[in-house]
Design a protein around this ligand. Structure first.
Ligand code: IPM
Ligand code: MG
Length: 358
């Protein structure tokens, strides 16, 4: 099969992890007789520097004309308080919105060999397997107004949390469908004891659940969910939640796997292309040092093979390669224990390529 992939390296370690990932994808193509064509486009701080726009129209067009999009990471101190007032993150939020990627899948899978990289006890995180399903194009991230204004004679800042019922319903339905493919349990996370938008969220879940009688559904307040994810993560199967709660919970959940450098994600809408990016950021502190863990990006590419290209066998083989590399004890700095040798980005990538087989 021939597929066109738009690659958006972005900023910081984004460049290094996407480079690692295309090399791995080339191996997949060679093994299975596919052809992947890469088109590169700018996003984030890099795009601000080159085009004075964190999301040039050309980037959106390139993405739209491809079968899948790989995104490294955006942001960095260089663009904080940039004279233009532009922010790299506008590129990321903009592309999610432009491609209408309302569903963000963040699987949290504990590799047994990595459990001692986690700050939690082995028995708590061993074989953890949950899916955070985060609404990605609504909520407080996109509510308007979002502005500064005078309140009681002083400067105040305003963000708006707004969810339409239809936006809640479509992500919640995805949650139910995903639970049906997994262990039939859905936890809907909200803050219904305080927020009106959460009360609408909860009502919507209640209205829809009759269509999925085989799925056990529970509601959980987000503060409790943050605690439960650390206390007993194995109680969860699919967690469905709004944009900001999903953002926060997924960073917390990443520590179950030992490192933020391990967590992949897929962002999907009604239409292709889907966008695949690691949950981690641009890590400017280690940028350009060949130290970054490429596994979250590589696993995100495996999600692309599975969800966008329907190449299930290839996706499984790639996941298996990552798992085998970890079982063999190979570690980048973020997951290495004291005294263990830390591999570089390139070395880790080569390990994956070496063990990957059909
Ligand atoms: C994420 C990131 C982004 C988000 C930032 C970089 C805008 O934290 O993908 O989780 O908040 O969505
Ligand atoms: Mg985040």
């Amino acid at each position: 099969m021939k597929k066109t992939i738009t690659v958006l390296p972005g900023d910081g370690i984004g460049l290094e992890v996407v480079k690692a990932t295309t090399t791995v994808l080339d191996k997949v193509a060679a093994l299975y007789g596919h052809e992947f064509e890469y088109k590169y486009a700018d996003i984030g701080g890099t795009a601000i520097d080159k085009h004075e726009n964190p999301l040039p129209q050309e980037t959106v067009d390139t993405c739209k004309s491809s079968d899948g999009v790989l995104l490294g990471a955006v942001g960095g101190p260089k663009w904080e308080n940039h004279s233009s007032g532009l922010r790299p993150e506008q590129g990321l939020l903009g592309i999610r919105k432009a491609l209408q990627l309302f569903a963000n899948l963040r699987p949290v899978t504990g590799h047994e060999s990595l459990t001692d990289a986690s700050s939690l006890k082995k028995e708590v995180v061993d074989n953890v397997d949950l899916m955070i399903l985060r609404e990605l194009t609504g909520g407080i991230y996109f509510g308007s107004p979002q502005e500064r204004r005078q309140v009681d004679g002083e400067e105040a800042a305003l963000d708006t949390m707004i969810y339409k019922k239809s936006e809640i319903a479509r992500i919640v339905r995805q949650g139910f469908e995903m639970a049906q493919l997994r262990r039939n349990k859905l936890t809907s996370v909200d803050k219904a004891n305080v927020l009106e938008s959460s009360r609408l969220w909860r009502e919507t879940v209640e209205e829809i659940k009759g269509d999925y009688p085989d799925v056990e559904v529970e509601h959980m307040l987000v503060d409790n969910a943050a605690m439960q994810i650390i206390r007993e993560p194995k109680q969860f199967d699919v967690m469905v939640t709004g944009n900001m709660f999903g953002d926060i919970l997924s960073d917390a959940a990443s520590m179950l796997t030992g490192s933020l450098g391990m967590l992949p994600s897929a962002s999907i809408g009604e239409q292709p292309p889907g966008l695949y990016e690691p949950v981690h950021g641009s890590a400017p502190d280690i940028e350009g040092q060949n130290k970054a863990n490429p596994l979250a990006m590589i696993s995100s590419a495996a999600m692309m093979l599975k969800y966008s290209f329907k190449m299930t066998e290839e996706a499984d083989a790639l996941d298996q390669a990552v798992s085998d590399v970890l079982s063999a004890g190979h570690r980048t700095g973020d997951i290495a224990k004291e005294g263990e040798t830390a591999l570089s980005t390139d070395e880790m990538t080569n390990k994956v390529i070496e063990v990957m087989k059909k």
